[in-house]
Design a protein around this ligand. Structure first.
Ligand code: NDP
Length: 313
């Protein structure tokens, strides 16, 4: 069976590709650029982050160069030699995904910019998310073998409705973020995910595509790719500085491996439909800080800063 994963070099997608190969799928993996810049050491990145989510006793503070090899970890996966093909595709280029989706039974559309601080929301976030999603779906809709599209949306597209939130509200798949509310609050990432999910649902209905949407919370867990993604960086930031990134924040955490597996189930289970919120557990920022301080007490604030400096240069 042939499937396509967009944004394959990303955090979630790398695990998705790994699990798909393990299950015997042939994977068409799209990456934004196939340039192969400087070689990193042969460090085993699978253990470079908090391997078993907060359960290791040491965290190697490894930082990658700005533009390290984005595909080496994919090409090194078991089965990659026989069953993984790389395709260059950019969300902002129309028709860019045509060859990657060709012959596929499923398109897992994970690619989308994940940025919290932007100067130009329209070009940095909204266009690649919304136009990019339609770009992928338009190409997918032309493929006779296509059975289903699985879209990686986000809890950001769920939990900012127009109605005021009450204490004790249970947030579930019936909630939809309101674009106007997101815009008023300048929640540009949430707006990008909300508009992209809405556009995908509309396009799929109009064009008879089967679509299943996955809405993960804040994703944590080991990384396969050589650079930290935004959410790993957030946790690493707390380890480095000993400070909460969002003081008094509430995190809806989910393990990256569960997120990847949920994508596969969303394709393989014929009964899967609509959208699925993925949250493993809900925790206050201060509680995360306590856990990190318990596991990494040896690093004082100044030691942390020195370690970061050494590994960043
Ligand atoms: P990553 O940043 O690791 O992955 C994002 C991927 O999208 C990268 O491969 C990136 O490529 C690609 N991408 C971005 N812009 C473009 C573009 N213009 N053209 C082609 N590819 C592009 O983040 P995650 O793995 O965390 O995110 C993956 C998906 O999961 C996203 O849709 C995100 O919104 C969603 N999500 C993530 C959550 C999290 O906590 N991490 C929570 C909920 C949802 P490149 O490396 O070249 O930039």
């Amino acid at each position: 069976k042939v499937v396509c994963v967009t944004g394959a070099s990303g955090y979630i997608a790398s695990w998705l590709v790994k699990f798909l190969l393990q299950r015997g799928y042939t994977v068409h993996a799209t990456v934004r650029s196939l340039r192969q810049p400087l070689l990193l050491s042969n460090f085993d990145f699978s253990s470079a982050f908090i391997s078993e989510t907060f359960s290791t006793s040491t965290v190697p503070l490894i930082y990658a160069a700005d533009d390290p090899k984005k595909t080496e970890h994919l090409l090194a996966l078991d089965g990659a030699k026989e069953k993984l093909s790389l395709f260059e595709a950019n969300l902002t280029e129309e028709g860019s995904f045509e060859s990657a989706v060709n012959g596929c039974e499923c398109v897992f559309h994970t690619a989308s910019p994940v940025l919290l601080s932007v100067s130009e929301p329209q070009t940095q976030l909204l266009d690649p998310a919304v136009k990019g999603t339609l770009n992928v779906l338009k190409s997918a809709a032309k493929v006779p073998s296509l059975k289903r599209v699985v879209l990686t949306s986000s809890m950001a597209a769920v939990m900012f409705p127009a109605k005021p939130q009450e204490l004790g509200d249970v947030i579930d798949e019936t909630w939809f973020s309101d674009p106007e509310t997101c815009e008023q609050k300048k929640l540009w990432y949430a707006l990008s995910k909300t508009l992209a999910e809405n556009a995908a649902v509309k396009f799929s209905k109009e064009n008879g595509l089967e679509l299943v949407v996955i809405n993960p919370g804040y994703v944590i867990g080991p990384i396969l790719q050589p650079t930290l993604n935004l959410t790993s960086e957030g946790i690493m930031g707390m380890i480095e500085t000993g400070k909460e990134v969002f003081p008094d924040g509430i995190y809806r955490l989910v393990d990256v491996r569960d997120v990847a597996n949920a994508h596969i189930l969303a394709f393989e289970n014929p009964e899967a439909n609509g959208r699925y919120c993925l949250v493993g557990f809900v925790i206050r920022s201060s509680e995360i800080m306590k856990i990190l301080n318990t596991y990494y007490p040896a690093l004082s604030h100044s030691e942390r800063c020195v370690s970061i400096f050494i590994f960043k240069v």
